[in-house]
Design a binder for this molecule. Structure first.
Ligand code: HPA
Ligand code: ZN
Length: 355
């Protein structure tokens, strides 16, 4: 279905273009070739009907029916993560790949409940991820933020307990934001009002986001904005159903974190060309492009950028706009934004005569 060529210079441009990633589940970066060794290292018995080899598992990952079918595998994968070192190794492998793909800033989700409900301490999870984030800052010059997600298929009371156990990290900024993920339907955002207000009581500077409008319709986006007071929407592709909402997203500069390959793998769309990216651009609804769960969906951030290019054939100028929208929507300092934007301009000037 590729309509446009992504030639060598264009690929190089997309690689070197400084990118910000805002929708990446660290647990979703667990490659099959790490999952099996970790299961062995930690003596975890995988279900009897679970694929037995890396190749078989990768093959199964090509056939997800929908979000829940994927989540069933994702949570089995989570079970092999036990020690701080496991969480560190997982995140470090991701940051290394993201750096190779030209990522300058990364805001990463994690799901504490998928670990604490197995008896793992939240400190084990956060400290492993924090150490990897710090190393990415030191060795790759990346800026990073951790976003703690609550699982919406669990009761909000469980979310409150999780928030309570994370108080220290929410207060000291180790966790920058609260998010909401897992099965979207039938768990609308308003079920979690108490959790979202609770984190703001703990630290008013915390940022808020939520998955909405991936499986759920545009009303999920509206209630996330109105009831949870989020300033960003994860996925949000179904916002296109409501012109008034589109106007609101544009005027309030609410960024959608779009995940092209994920949308195809989970059958939200048949092909990346169906994602209304040009409509979002025309309506000035800001969005960034992200990999979501790259180990499960067949590609990291650069693969997503390249696939979008083969479907949309954007000019360098449009790519610069998309990259800068991602910078603007990032939870980083003004100085860091200027730094990344300058590097985007340099990349543009380098490639303008070539492409
Ligand atoms: N959607 C909802 N929940 C998730 C996802 C996703 O893409 N990845 C991990 N948890
Ligand atoms: Zn997601």
């Amino acid at each position: 279905m590729a309509k446009y060529e992504c030639n060598h210079h264009m690929k190089q441009f997309l690689n070197e273009l400084p990118k910000c990633e805002h929708h990446l589940h660290l647990e979703g970066t667990l490659e099959p070739n790490l999952l099996f060794p970790l299961a062995k290292r930690n003596n975890i018995k995988l279900p009897s009907n679970f694929p037995k080899t890396v190749e078989e598992l990768n093959e199964r990952y090509k056939q997800f029916k929908d979000l829940q079918d994927f989540l069933d595998y994702y949570y089995i994968g989570c079970n092999v993560l036990i020690n701080e070192e496991d969480f560190f190794d997982l995140a470090w492998a991701y940051f290394t790949k993201a750096h190779q793909d030209g990522t300058w800033h990364s805001e990463t989700f994690f799901d504490p409940q998928s670990h604490t409900e197995r008896g793992i301490k939240i400190e084990t999870v956060v400290n492993g991820f924090k150490r990897a984030s710090l190393k990415a800052q030191q060795e790759y010059g990346m800026s990073t933020n951790l976003i703690m997600c609550l699982l919406r298929h669990l009761p909000s009371n469980d979310g409150l307990k999780t928030i309570d156990s994370a108080t220290e990290f929410l207060k000291d900024g180790s966790i920058k934001a609260l998010g909401l993920d897992s099965a979207e339907k039938p768990f609308p955002p308003e079920l979690f009002i108490n959790c979202y207000s609770k984190v703001k009581e703990i630290n008013p500077d915390l940022e808020l986001t939520a998955h909405a409008g991936e499986e759920g319709d545009s009303n999920y986006v509206i209630t996330a904005l109105d009831e949870l007071k989020v300033t960003r929407i994860d996925h949000g592709v179904n916002s296109i159903q409501d012109p008034k909402l589109m106007e609101r997203l544009a005027s309030e500069k609410t960024m959608l974190t779009i995940c092209p390959l994920s949308n195809v793998k989970l059958n939200v769309v048949k092909d990346v060309s169906e994602i209304p990216l040009n409509e979002f651009l025309d309506a000035q609804v800001p969005f960034s492009l992200n990999s979501d769960d790259p180990a499960y969906f067949g590609g990291y951030i650069l693969d997503n950028y390249i696939t979008v290019h083969t479907r949309f054939g954007w000019s360098l100028e449009t790519w610069v706009k998309v990259a800068k929208n991602g910078v603007e929507g990032s939870w980083i300092s003004k100085e860091r934004k200027i730094e990344i934007n300058n590097a985007i301009d340099e990349t543009y000037n380098k490639f303008k005569p070539l492409v």
